[in-house]
Design a protein around this ligand. Structure first.
Ligand SMILES: Cc1cc2nc3c(=O)[nH]c(=O)nc-3n(C[C@H](O)[C@H](O)[C@H](O)COP(=O)(O)OP(=O)(O)OC[C@H]3O[C@@H](n4cnc5c(N)ncnc54)[C@H](O)[C@@H]3O)c2cc1C
Length: 551
């Protein structure tokens, strides 16, 4: 029999409050509650079920932000440098709802490589960047990557990537069937002396733990999956957490402040319920899993007489080192129909330049995929880049190219720059009257050169695949709508240069933990969510030990 989901009272001192139920928060909630601890998850967005993801509506999803943050409500301002005036905008893109970004993401699931944990040792000091080594290694994280594969559900083919880092187990599912643009990528990679291998994807390729496999509906990036084939925490973790009878998922609960007492210990959080009433929920400890943008904003909004710079911020680093991952795109039209809109977005990946040839004098590297990620409406708006005609014969011709269009994506490093940050806007407030997040972001000159190199190779790949005609999206040094939000509460051993320790506990506050994209010290080469989830499994083990020790 299904245990009843508990309903804790705000005056109950639960063991843990988890703020945010996304890629990290969903795992933390499941792991803590399975270990016997009493957990309240506070999630600002709604609790959707599979049937809520129908009908597929591009307009609702991409234009009206049905599943995602909306700057008009949430309040976000942007400036490129600290000298500029910040203006309202939508620089970050994340999902609001139980399961967070894992519900609507594309499902590309790349592990980091051993080099990613040692960027400072390998590259030395890079002026303008604060490169640091992680306090953990790839080998420390490997068992948890494997747990993500097997407990969240990743499809792929072990041994197919010539650069693949060590793995202790194969994938639990074979790769998704290759699509025509994947076959084109195999041909192009061969011509360039590279290897296109089956993409590791957080999408079930066969029945998995009671979930249906991918039905190739084509509405993947940006959409929730009505078949539960996408391996979100909404389907892979939250039901387990609720089955314990100890975990309450309280949706539409927007946390505005983490409260502390005179000793500097966390006592609970203040949140707005769905009627916008303020509630104070008590807890022995708090885990903030609100993502790389909202987590630092919440900590800065939790300033008090004891913590005037914001919570956990004695280093002054909360919100700093924001990393987006580089993302460059070229598109091409082919002679024959590839019908890329059918099926998952990506089926083949190249990672040969994961570490760029030192002769180029650049720090970083990355990988590529061939994909089609534009449902019809989006394609009509920007399917052939910014130069696409929006009217007349040119527009009609572009529409006819819909089934023959393929995009080459380059995914790369972005360096941790101290001035790239999340801070509080001094005047702007969100719809609840809480200070808005202000994003300051300008790409490091090294990264701009890396992006150029990758965009040129995207063009080469499309040419090698036989594109009849191609274009490239411009490289912007102040990108908007970024979906990867990393590095803003970095982990480290030294409290002067990091926000949390290797166990994700805040250096300054003994019963505050931070686990999400903000913990990452460097950003890898894109597709960070596999790592965020592995960190969440690892951190949860430590939090359970801590909670049992603390009694
Ligand atoms: C369109 C799109 C496609 C993507 N595709 C990929 C991909 O293919 N591969 C990949 O690796 N990554 C992808 N990503 C990125 C991925 O979604 C994120 O890396 C991942 O979800 C981050 O996990 P997280 O736990 O840090 O935060 P999230 O998953 O964002 O979870 C944070 C949760 O906290 C909630 N929250 C925030 N503030 C508060 C508050 N104050 N009170 C209560 N709740 C709060 C949010 O509503 C959210 O549900 C994609 C992102 C987008 C937008």
């Amino acid at each position: 029999m299904q245990p009843r989901t508990p309903r804790y009272r705000p005056t109950d001192v639960v063991d843990f409050i988890v703020v945010g139920s996304g890629a990290a928060g969903g795992i933390v909630a499941r792991e803590l509650s399975r270990a016997g601890l009493r957990v309240v998850v506070l999630e600002q967005g709604p609790y959707r079920r599979a049937s809520d993801f129908l009908p597929h509506d591009d307009y609702n999803v991409f234009i009206r932000n049905a599943l995602t943050n909306d700057s008009a409500q949430q309040g976000t301002t942007f400036r490129s440098t600290e000298q500029d005036e910040a203006k309202p905008g939508n620089p970050v893109w994340y999902a609001r709802g139980v399961g967070g970004g894992s519900v609507h993401f594309t499902g590309n699931f790349w592990r980091l490589h051993p080099e990613d944990f040692r960027e400072r040792t390998l590259n030395g000091d890079v002026p303008g960047a604060a490169l640091a080594d992680w306090p953990i290694t790839y080998d420390d994280l490997e068992p948890y990557y494997t747990r993500v594969d097997w407990e969240i559900g990743v499809s792929g083919q072990a041994g197919a990537d010539p650069r693949e880092p060590r793995r202790s187990r194969p994938y639990p599912m074979p790769p998704l069937p290759v699509k025509p643009e994947g076959l084109l990528m195999e041909k192009a990679a061969r011509k360039m002396g590279w290897t296109a291998f089956p993409a590791p994807m957080a999408i079930a390729s066969q029945p998995f733990r009671g979930r249906a496999p991918c039905q190739a509906c084509g509405y993947c990036l940006g959409f929730g999956c009505e078949f539960d084939a996408k391996s979100s925490t909404l389907v892979a973790m939250i039901p387990d957490a609720e089955r314990t009878g100890r975990c309450e998922i309280r949706s539409e609960s927007y946390v505005r402040k983490v409260e502390t007492d005179a000793r500097g210990r966390v006592t609970g959080v203040i949140y707005f319920d769905r009627e916008r009433r303020e509630v104070f929920q008590r807890a022995r400890a708090v885990v903030v899993c609100a993502n790389g943008a909202e987590t630092p904003r919440l900590l800065l909004n939790s300033a008090s007489a004891r913590f005037p710079q914001g919570l956990a911020n004695s280093s002054g680093l909360v919100g700093r080192h924001l990393m987006y991952n580089g993302n460059v795109v070229a598109g091409g039209v082919f002679e024959h129909e590839t019908n890329g809109y059918k099926g998952p977005v990506v089926t083949r990946v190249v990672q040969d330049p994961y570490v760029l040839d030192p002769k180029l004098g650049l720090v970083g590297g990355g990988g590529f995929d061939f994909r089609f990620d534009s449902p019809p409406l989006l394609y009509a708006i920007r399917g052939q880049g910014t130069a696409m005609p929006q009217w007349g014969a040119g527009f009609k011709r572009a529409l006819r190219d819909f089934p023959k269009t393929v995009y080459a994506y380059g995914h790369t490093t972005s360096l941790p720059v101290p001035t790239n940050s999340v801070s509080l806007d001094p005047t702007h407030k969100d719809a609840w009257g809480v200070p808005s997040m202000r994003i300051t972001y300008r790409e490091h000159p090294n990264d701009m050169k890396v992006y150029r190199w990758f965009l040129d190779r995207c063009g080469d790949l499309l040419d090698a695949a036989g594109a009849l005609r191609r274009w490239e999206d411009p490289i912007n040094d102040a990108p908007q709508g970024s979906p990867h939000l990393l590095g803003t509460c970095r982990m480290g051993n030294d409290p002067a240069t990091s926000v949390v320790n290797a166990g994700h506990r805040a250096h300054d506050v003994p019963n505050l933990f931070i686990v999400d994209g903000s913990s990452m010290v460097t950003g890898g080469r894109g597709q960070p969510t596999m790592t965020i989830m592995a960190l969440a499994f690892r951190a949860s083990e430590g939090m359970v030990r801590w909670a049992k020790r603390a009694g």
